[in-house]
Write a protein that binds this ligand. Structure first.
Ligand code: ATP
Ligand code: MG
Length: 335
């Protein structure tokens, strides 16, 4: 590992830019998919408002943060003030309200970690999960969206990393690997760490957007139109960044002591967060701090077994990027 840490990028790395960009473009959802998502959202809105005129629906997750690939399910959050009703009752009532001719398989999943209503729209063929009052997810969706508008390389990198993670089956939180949200935060932090930096730290800049959600203050700079040339001094290409990303997670990241922190735009120590010991199920074997819920480690799903799987996959990917004659095929080979 120590030896590989010193490795420099292969000389022909830039010949991979074309193939990576083609792959990125093939993953972008076509405009008509966006139109269908909006149609489904307005149908849901009509049904919900009839019963709860004060309620609001928000898109969140990959359909709204710009990191969604074609044919993804959509995530919807219902914001409602019904303090007297508990969550599972609300979920059941919502499922009831949404029983309609156009919606299929409307199910209330009241016992999930996050209770949701799942359904399929027959008109558009889109599946959707609806949760209740998960407004922190709506705000972190906006943060990711704002980062994605600053430098085009973030969206390219994140699409490629997500596609790799899905192909290699390391994007399955129920099997102890990382969520898409965690991978996007890893990409943002990686670009904040480049020298010159490709992304700024929006939460350390002047506050232009601020909300308090569930007692958490969420504040950051969101006038990103002013930052469109932020990364211009850094000329790294997408192929160099994919190489660098895997090289970092395979050979350079300090798994024993380091925490990835988009909130500070840096790498901070486990000690200062008191994440050095296992507490309950939180093992902190790979630490990714949530930008708003600071006590929340997105790596907490990772256990003794899956950390090995993950690190082996990072090393496999790094070695392919360094030595393989045809990395764009090998990297995404189904596991
Ligand atoms: P995919 O394309 O794989 O569906 P996604 O962006 O929708 O990707 P998910 O991991 O399904 O990602 O999460 C959906 C959204 O839920 C995220 O964008 C984020 O807003 C929120 N979220 C997911 N996991 C967490 C978490 N552990 N803590 C806080 N918010 C989370
Ligand atoms: Mg999703």
């Amino acid at each position: 590992r120590m030896y590989k840490r010193q490795m420099i990028c292969r000389r022909d790395i830039d010949s991979l830019n074309g193939p990576f960009l083609l792959m990125y473009q093939s993953l972008i959802p076509p405009d008509e998919e966006k139109v269908k998502q909006k149609q489904l959202l307005s149908l849901l809105e009509r049904l919900v408002i009839k019963e709860w005129p004060q309620a609001r629906l928000y898109l969140y997750g990959s359909c709204a943060n710009s990191f969604g690939v074609s044919k993804s399910d959509i995530d919807v959050c219902l914001a409602i003030e019904e303090a007297h009703m508990d969550k599972s009752k609300l979920i059941m009532k919502l499922a009831d309200i949404l029983q309609s001719d156009n919606l299929q398989n409307v199910q209330a999943l009241t016992h999930a970690r996050v209770p949701i209503v799942k359904l399929m729209d027959t008109m558009t063929g889109i599946s959707c999960d609806i949760c209740i009052n998960n407004l922190l997810a709506v705000v972190n969706t906006k943060l990711l969206w704002d980062y994605s508008r600053i430098d085009a390389r973030l969206r390219q990198l994140a699409f490629i990393i997500k596609h790799w993670a899905k192909s290699r089956r390391v994007n399955e939180t129920y099997h102890g690997t990382l969520s898409s949200y965690a991978y996007v935060l890893m990409c943002i932090n990686f670009l904040q760490q480049r020298r010159p930096a490709i992304l700024p730290c929006l939460q350390e800049m002047k506050t232009t957007y601020s909300v308090t959600v569930d007692d958490v203050d969420c504040a950051f700079f969101d006038q990103v139109e002013m930052l469109y040339d932020f990364g211009h001094r850094n000329k790294e290409t997408i192929a160099q960044l994919v190489w660098g990303f895997f090289h970092y997670w395979a050979y350079c990241h300090d798994y024993t002591n380091a925490v990835i922190s988009v909130r500070t735009g840096s790498i901070i120590s486990k000690r200062e967060k008191d994440w050095t010991r296992r507490i309950g199920n939180d093992r902190h074997l790979i630490c990714i701090e949530d930008p708003f819920e600071m006590s929340h480690d997105l790596g907490r799903v990772v256990d003794k077994h899956s950390i090995k799987v993950l690190r082996e996959e990072f090393e496999r990917a790094a070695d392919i990027m360094q030595f393989d004659p045809n990395p764009c095929v090998k990297l995404f080979e189904p596991y």
